[in-house]
Design a protein around this ligand. Sequence first.
Ligand SMILES: NC(=O)C1=CN([C@@H]2O[C@H](COP(=O)(O)OP(=O)(O)OC[C@H]3O[C@@H](n4cnc5c(N)ncnc54)[C@H](O)[C@@H]3O)[C@@H](O)[C@H]2O)[C@@H](O)CC1
Ligand SMILES: Nc1ncnc2c1ncn2[C@@H]1O[C@H](COP(=O)(O)OP(=O)(O)O)[C@@H](O)[C@H]1O
Length: 525
Amino acid sequence: MPATAALPYPALLSSDQVREREQALARTLPHYSLMARAGAATARLALAIAPHARHIWVVCGAGNNGGDGLEAAIHLQAAGKTVHISLQPSAGKALPTDAAHALQRAQAAGVPISDQPPAHFDLAIDALWGMGLRADRSTPAEGPVRAWLQRLLDTDRDVLCIDTPSGLLADTGAWLPWLAPLAPQAPRGRRVTLSMLALKPGLFTLQGRDWAGEVWLAPLLAQNPVWRCDQMPAAGIDAPSGTGQLVTQAQTPLPTHNSHKGLFGDVAVIGGQSASHDGQGMEGAAMLAASAALHAGAGRVMLHLLGSTPASPRPAGIAADIMLRSLEATRALRGSLVCGCGGGSLVAGVLPQVLQHAGSLVLDADALNALAAQPALQQMLQRRAAQASSTGPTVLTPHPLELARLLDSSTEQVQRDRIGAARQAAQQWQCLVVLKGSGSIVAAPDGRYAINHSGNARLSIGGTGDVLAGCIGAHLAALPPGSSWAEAWQPLLNAVWLHGHAADTWPPARMLTASRLARSLQRPG
Ligand SMILES: NC(=O)C1=CN([C@@H]2O[C@H](COP(=O)(O)OP(=O)(O)OC[C@H]3O[C@@H](n4cnc5c(N)ncnc54)[C@H](O)[C@@H]3O)[C@@H](O)[C@H]2O)[C@@H](O)CC1
Ligand SMILES: Nc1ncnc2c1ncn2[C@@H]1O[C@H](COP(=O)(O)OP(=O)(O)O)[C@@H](O)[C@H]1O
């Protein structure tokens, strides 16, 4: 396996894939090289992120993650820091060979090792458990290890995690079950994680975003560079097939000068059940999606409010650029269709037609709930996928509860393995799936997946999902009729990333609302 190869994006490797990579690399290198590089890279990053830290607490486990910590401790002491190691007892088992070697080196260098953590530290290095953490061996830690873990979770000091925050599962971003209740909602201090060899998906979704904090990669190459995950060079590490992708930017071609509105495609939004139907007006959701489509670059935007008639008054607040249209008129459109935002109970009635005739299709909110409730609609969705060359790609945009309904599962189960759940749905329905939340997962029918790196908790308010649906509609609108899901993949990633990016670049003093978010979206390119 070559040490480097051009990669258009930062790859995400499962723990099994990382282990294969480690073994392949280790076979080509002298003994102890990888741990020596891991420890040196950790020490270098520690000095860079906390240059003024004087007292450093290094918490080491009884595996190779601990070995990396021991090696880092040696470098930090040599750099003039006061270093204090706490080492997990190995419960009668021998340490792995490299970790045992690291321990000998630390002892020879005279780095103090004790069960008692220091009374004070400026920086902690979390080297307790990394990728070797097994979810199926979930017995609560006891004694000093439990106390160290709790201190790492509660501290307001900087924490540099080697490979993963201890207790966080590298493949899912979930805590070990017994640890979950002990972890505060969010860390009190700054967290930085240095991922070894490759980026792991669990650092970027569910609990990963908060607890891994700023993620860096040490690919453990000869020059031993470290890269921040959103600033990786184009030539990164080689990636086996079936790897995930971290989306850290949009990849959009520049629009040609000789453009016209027809090039950008049309978006029709169907949803927003009117209050006259059952007293519950939900027009706002569809209006948000339409506004997002408009601002994200659709050539023209049409809106059909469910339950409305040509005689219905135009609801206040709909931008003049948006055309109110009958359901039939939306059928004539060449572009994409966004269906379900605020769709209420009426959306189920229009779905058969929509599934049959729409080109690129985005199904959100009540459209997903209707699908989950009606097997006949699910069969139509499957038929649509089989005939995609005469229609177009379908994108489902569930939040965890909507996906749980679709999979006949529970929110907890979906969240326990967000990537697995999104991939399962993509495969089952032969659709593209965007599982929303902290670290949205985008999955395709062939098993590929991506995690979006943009976005933040300011998006956790009503209506931002409607904005996302409209934004995706705009990005898919220019696809030719009959496009495959593979052709929709990159425009979809762009839409998801730009939606989050709008929140990341939001002026701090200005309240983010869904309607403002929709208006802040920009045409790609
Ligand atoms: N695998 C790699 O790619 C490389 C590994 N390195 C380091 O080695 C680490 C992997 O090393 P290991 O495979 O030895 O694993 P770890 O050191 O991550 O974990 C092994 C330790 O965790 C304990 N453990 C596992 N599951 C547990 C659970 N549920 N509750 C409590 N204790 C549990 C084990 O008993 C063992 O003591 C990586 O995270 C990285 O830091 C680096 O040295 C360089 C290359
Ligand atoms: N903590 C977070 N970090 C990143 N994105 C988030 C976070 N919370 C919510 N979002 C995003 O905000 C949007 C919310 O969508 P959704 O739950 O459907 O809301 P609504 O139905 O009210 O529009 C999604 O795009 C989701 O990914």
